[in-house]
Design a protein around this ligand. Structure first.
Ligand code: GLA
Length: 376
């Protein structure tokens, strides 16, 4: 059964009628540009093939009524205008935040998803954008990608308490399948880059799920703000390495800032590597990004470092791998030749997953998806 069929069937079982439609939003993987979105930096994410589906139908009255098919068919029912965040934050917080942003009324929703949760693949932004699309269709309104993304960011900030940047929401709202999205987080300008046909983007899980990491995330964001303040600039987008070294900052704050300026530069270089079809250059950038996230930004964990090292050894010079997403566990992303992907996955199964009894849950993305010969 496809995700859409499952969501339709869940809607019928919960509400006893057919939905009027089903909205979908993908998850995302970030190729490079990590922890720079809230510093007005450049990021290069890619929508993935898993996502969230929301079956919807209009109904009489003003209430929003929803069922979460993946969370024990939990239900929620409220008036959007007077909704309050659910404590502790869970799927209902996102639902209520999006309903208020969209001013949703008289709608029934059934939600189901295929994104791995706690993997750094943005299941929450995917949920918000899918909800926004369903509410837009039900309310016969047509928000822009940017409006939807900003609404989803408010849901994350004010309804779930995570002070995230705008990358995930924009990647999911505006990204096109098989294309990397270059997003300038300073002005939200976007450009799509088709990935070369013979490259594959492979996502594998470390088995360490992220959880309760909001505190660490908000702390890193705060470090970056302290650095910008000390340098007398609006954001680290305006900094460079010489400026940071000359400023006599606290060493930890300086290391955070050096990651950010290095990572923004690497993201711009990754765009050139994609345009030049240069897998070796792309791989070197991914490896450098990981080292910086591990050593300067300190958001990796030992299991993920080990997986990245094994992945880089298995890939060799034609490509590379790094942690992806907010960090503290979750998935890694690798870019490599599409025809090398099946063997790469088999090597990681043998060297990482089997000894740990962990599941890699490999996902092959990018235009090379159909070339890699694995049906996922
Ligand atoms: C999380 C946040 C994003 C971004 C990444 C790190 O996914 O939601 O805004 O900051 O972490 O790059």
């Amino acid at each position: 059964m496809t995700l859409t069929e499952r969501t339709r069937a869940g809607f019928r079982a919960a509400f006893g009628s057919q939905p009027d439609g089903v909205a979908f939003a993908p998850g995302r993987v970030n190729l490079i540009g990590e922890h720079v979105d809230y510093n007005d930096g450049l990021v290069l994410p890619l929508p993935i093939s898993t996502g969230t589906a929301v079956a919807w139908s209009r109904c009489d009255g003003s209430e929003v009524e929803a069922v979460a098919l993946d969370f024990g068919k939990e239900r929620d029912r409220f008036l959007a205008r007077s909704a309050k965040p659910h404590q502790p934050a869970d799927w209902r917080s996102y639902l209520r935040g999006m309903a208020q942003g969209m001013d949703a009324q008289g709608v029934k929703l059934a939600i189901a998803g295929s994104n791995p949760r706690g993997a750094g693949l943005s299941s929450s932004a995917s949920l918000c954008i899918a909800l926004g699309r369903a509410m837009a269709a039900a309310g016969k309104v047509d928000p822009t990608h940017r409006e939807l993304a900003l609404m989803a960011q408010i849901a994350e900030h004010e309804w779930a308490g995570v002070h995230c940047g705008i990358m995930d929401q924009m990647a999911i709202a505006a990204g096109e399948p098989g294309h990397a999205l270059l997003l300038d987080c300073r002005n939200l300008e976007t450009r799509q880059f088709a990935l070369p046909e013979d490259w594959a983007v492979v996502i594998v899980q470390s088995g360490v799920t992220r959880g309760l990491v909001e505190g660490h995330y908000n702390a890193r964001r705060h470090d970056c703000e302290l650095a910008a303040q000390a340098l007398g600039i609006a954001s680290l987008r305006d900094a460079d390495a010489d400026m940071i070294r000359a400023a006599n900052l606290d060493p930890v704050i300086a290391a955070r800032a050096l990651h950010v300026v290095g990572e923004i530069a690497r993201t711009a270089q990754a765009v050139s590597a994609i345009e030049a079809h240069d897998l070796a250059a792309m791989g070197a950038l991914l490896r450098a990004s990981h080292a910086s996230l591990r050593d300067q930004f300190e958001v990796s964990v030992p299991a993920v470092d080990e997986l990245v090292d094994l992945a880089n050894a298995a890939i060799g010079p034609q490509g590379g791998a790094r942690m992806t997403g907010g960090g503290f566990g979750g998935a890694i992303v690798a870019v490599l030749a599409a025809d090398a992907a099946p063997r790469f996955i088999a090597t990681l199964e043998q060297q990482f997953a089997q000894p740990r009894r962990a599941a890699l849950n490999p996902m092959i993305e990018g235009k090379g998806r159909h070339l890699a010969g694995i049906e996922l």
